[in-house]
Design a protein around this ligand. Structure first.
Ligand code: GLA
Length: 384
């Protein structure tokens, strides 16, 4: 992330003065996909890639925002009816609105931002953007009165209310709470969390990006969530204490097998199994048992591909290659429908796996995947 670049653009596009600079990261998730909105566990970490924004109050009631990467400039007011059209600007607008709803006296500001987290690759570029502004507005206009969890919820509510994605809390949580070298297990029902040092000796985590963009996936994502809620509603009739799939057992799911659709059944089966896999992986990590970690990752991929149906041909292909190369664990990461696989690879296999993935992917799809080594970094912060 390049502070100088952001600063020089900020100076050029506004009145030559400087503001304060804030940053928030994207995230990886070792395991626990589509479990957050089901009250289950997730196991993400922040990465060393994210968004940087320079911000300065401008004494007006307008936000003047410049996207350095898109070379696009948008101006908007802070009232509900002022929502801009550009999708990138809606994230900033949504954050302003959600902060105002929480009592922060947001005023107009100038801002320029840039990022190095790839867009639409499943690394939560949008959460990085939301968290950057939520964190910054809290410092600039909110006397830091909003706590970190609420800042994550500001980002999530922005997705729900201004971007049409009914996401869970994982991405924004990881972006705000990230710590270098640590993964975080979050219980999305109680919101309890625990940091786990992650420094697997002899292994590396690497992302292989299919470069299939998952931008149009929001309606499919929302549909998955509805499936889970439909199943919960059916189970609740007999088990009124059940609030989320987290509270359900496979036996309970069996009881409603003839009532819910086959599709809703499959979706729910995946989620119930996935929640357990997160716990298994945490135990395995504590015992240094990376073979089990890897096995669970493959199981997740299978579930996401065959039961939850959020994989795609390119990602299944990358997963098969990983298996063929003897990679310890591999799976589609994030919401799915495109983006990356996350791979746990033994050091000595790394070079041959990457070479093989490149070559085979290119032969089949006519273009190269992108490869990102994972470095687990810090969460939201002020830089200058
Ligand atoms: C997206 C959402 C998250 C989570 C993941 C899947 O990244 O924003 O809330 O549901 O998909 O695990």
């Amino acid at each position: 992330m390049d502070i100088e670049h952001v600063r020089s653009r900020f100076i050029k596009h506004f009145d030559g003065t400087t503001g304060r600079i804030f940053a928030s990261p994207g995230r990886i998730n070792l395991i626990g996909e589509h479990t957050d909105y089901n009250g289950g566990f997730v196991f993400p970490g922040a990465i060393d890639k994210g968004m940087i924004a320079e911000i300065k109050p401008n004494g007006t009631d307008k936000v003047k925002a410049y996207s350095i990467d898109l070379k696009d400039y948008v101006e908007f007011g802070l009232n509900e009816e002022d929502a801009p059209h550009a999708s990138w600007a809606r994230y900033i607008f949504g954050v302003c609105r959600e902060m105002i709803k929480r009592g922060v006296d947001v005023q107009g500001f100038n801002t320029a931002f840039a990022g190095d987290v790839p867009l639409g690759a499943g690394m939560s570029s949008s959460a990085a953007l939301e968290s950057t502004y939520a964190y910054a507005l809290n410092v600039l206009f909110g006397e830091e009165k909003i706590d970190k969890f609420e800042l994550a919820k500001v980002g999530q509510a922005t997705e729900h209310n201004y971007c049409g994605v009914n996401c869970g809390i994982m991405d924004q949580f990881a972006s705000v709470f990230g710590k270098a070298g640590k993964l975080i297990r979050l219980d999305c029902r109680s919101l309890e969390y625990q940091y786990f040092p992650f420094d697997p000796q002899g292994y590396r985590l690497v992302l292989v990006d299919s470069v299939v963009k998952h931008e149009l996936a929001s309606s499919a994502y929302n549909k998955r969530r509805e499936s889970c809620e439909t199943t919960v509603a059916a189970i609740q009739k007999k088990h009124p204490h059940v609030q989320f799939l987290r509270d359900c057992t496979m036996e309970m799911l069996e009881e409603v097998k003839d009532i819910v659709s086959e599709e809703d059944y499959m979706r729910s089966e995946y989620v119930i199994e996935e929640i357990q896999r997160v716990l298994d992986v945490c135990d395995a990590l504590e015992n240094g048992d990376y073979e089990t970690v890897g096995q669970r990752m493959y199981e997740t991929h299978h579930g996401m591909s065959k039961l939850y149906e959020v994989s795609c041909e390119e990602l299944d292909f990358l997963n098969d290659i990983a298996k063929e190369c003897g990679v310890t664990g591999s799976r589609v990461m994030g919401g799915g429908f495109g983006g990356c696989t996350i791979n746990l690879v033994k050091d000595e296999l790394y070079d041959s796996f990457i070479a093989k993935a490149n070559e085979a992917f290119k032969a089949k799809f006519g273009r190269s995947p992108k490869v990102y080594d994972v470095v687990i970094g810090d969460g939201s912060r002020e830089l200058v």
